[in-house]
Design a protein around this ligand. Structure first.
Ligand SMILES: Nc1nc2c(ncn2[C@@H]2O[C@H](COP(=O)(O)OP(=O)(O)OP(=O)(O)O)[C@@H](O)[C@H]2O)c(=O)[nH]1
Ligand SMILES: [Mg+2]
Length: 431
């Protein structure tokens, strides 16, 4: 099965908790604070592996978790940071945030990486909270939670050259003779169901990647046959070789076929027609091919495609292959690797942020009359609070007061003694 679209969930590691500890030295009765910071949580990173060709590995595994950072230690020692979790993806994978649909990355180069979920930072140990007023603070932070996000991965085959044409015109056969790829070849239509890739190496040391596409038929742009699925892959090839069967054995009209395919390309995306295209007249070893080719040329001369070069070949006898490949390489040299998302820049620098346009918190009242304070920022502060230490809790109380939580509760009618909850933590409102 060919899988070219998946959704995965990435859960980055939480930072390690900071520590509350004090120096114990032989002749120093009251040592200063010595609790170290927690280590950072592991990121989840996608990395391109050119050995991969599909997103098949994601068929059963959709959830990826990174390790948490280690907690801080005494003597001011920082906990160890967690190792990042790397996920291999094939070249040509585009990454989107499922929630916002923002493009996060277009991964094309081998080894290219993008962090899709950033691990939380380690919580600070009590070493950081000492002040002249409070020289022995029992305050530490817990580690910051890691980011969790759902991303969609979509694979668009990346190739320099795409082989297109009706079913059975000989696309896979051509790929099998110009590269070491071994695609399935058959005398029936739609033998090829997924794009196959191969590398062509010329004597002059030039090389390029060729993708053999499933056959297109009339209506492909509306989803007929294998349709749109594969037109999407053609989007990412720089030069098109348009194969036309000249044998006439299926009583198809080569020239009409040629027009139909171009029409489908145009309907799918008009810019596809602007892409450099060479016409490859196939099966020239067959008895009627030469005559059919002459007719084809006459008809082509009367259209706006009249200047398109035609290369007669036979994959069977290997006739005509070298000039075709030379010309394809020349065209590639002249065709820049086009920017694939001209109107859409990957938003990767915004990747780690919590959404800025959200209010810091919201206050609601549940059925039992408890005031519920919710929101990413307060919840994160809460998660980073060391609940075992009164002083840490008091610091949390000061922080949320600073954010305006107390005022908001009062505005919502909270009175002395009313219950307030933040996540799993409930306390009494005190004026
Ligand atoms: N005589 C002759 N037959 C060929 C040539 N190239 C391919 N064929 C035959 O044409 C048929 C179709 O070939 P494929 O390479 O599978 O065609 P395709 O374009 O990949 O077809 P789909 O994958 O169905 O779109 C097979 O029976 C091949 O043996 C050629 O140069 N000469
Ligand atoms: Mg094929």
């Amino acid at each position: 099965m060919f899988i070219d679209q998946v959704k995965i969930t990435a859960r980055a590691g939480k930072g390690g908790d900071g520590m509350v500890a004090f120096r114990r030295e032989k002749f120093v009765p009251l040592g200063g604070p010595a609790g170290g910071d927690g280590g950072r949580g592991g990121n989840i990173t996608l990395r391109v592996d050119e050995g991969l060709r599909t997103l098949m590995d994601f068929r059963y595994k959709h959830i990826f978790k990174a390790q948490n950072g280690e907690r801080g230690m005494n003597k001011g020692m920082t906990g160890r940071g967690a190792k990042d979790t790397f996920i291999s993806v094939p070249p040509g994978t585009t990454v989107r945030d499922v929630e916002t649909d923002a493009l996060l990355a277009d991964l094309t180069e081998n080894g290219q990486e993008v962090i899709i979920a950033k691990g939380g930072r380690g919580g600070r140990g009590n070493i950081h909270f000492a002040s002249p007023k409070n020289p022995a603070p029992e305050i530490s932070e817990n580690g910051e939670p890691g980011i969790e996000r759902q991303v969609s991965l979509e694979l668009k085959v990346l190739a320099d050259v795409g082989l297109i044409g009706f079913p059975s015109v000989g696309k896979s056969t051509l790929l099998s003779v110009i590269t070491s790829a071994k695609p399935k070849i058959g005398a029936y239509q739609f033998t090829t169901l997924v794009p196959n890739l191969g590398m062509v190496r010329l004597d002059d040391d030039r090389s390029f990647a060729v993708a053999d596409m499933p056959g297109l038929i009339e209506g492909a742009s509306n989803g007929v046959g294998l349709g749109i699925e594969f037109l999407r892959h053609i989007e990412r090839t720089r030069v098109l070789l348009h194969l036309v069967d000249m044998s006439g054995v299926d009583e198809q009209d080569p020239f009409a076929d040629f027009g139909k395919i171009n029409h489908e390309l145009e309907k799918y995306d008009p810019s596809l027609l602007k892409r450099p295209q060479l016409i490859v007249a196939t099966k020239m070893d067959m008895p009627n091919s030469a005559e059919n080719l002459e007719n084809f040329k006459l008809k082509l001369a009367e259209t706006k495609a009249k200047d398109t070069a035609i290369f007669p070949i036979s994959a069977l006898t290997h006739q005509g292959l070298t000039p075709l490949l030379q010309q394809a390489a020349d065209l590639l040299d002249k065709t820049p690797s086009f920017p694939l998302y001209q109107d859409e820049e990957p938003a990767s620098e915004k990747l780690y942020e919590y959404k800025a346009d959200q209010p810091d918190f919201t206050v609601t009242k549940d059925e039992e009359g408890t005031f519920v304070v919710a929101g990413e920022r307060v919840e994160r502060l809460y998660k980073m609070t060391n609940l075992d230490r009164d002083e840490s809790l008091m610091r949390f109380a000061r922080q949320i007061r600073g954010m305006g939580v107390d005022d908001a509760l009062r505005k919502n009618g909270a009175k002395n003694g009313d219950l307030v909850s933040i996540l799993d933590f409930t306390f009494e409102f005190v004026e």
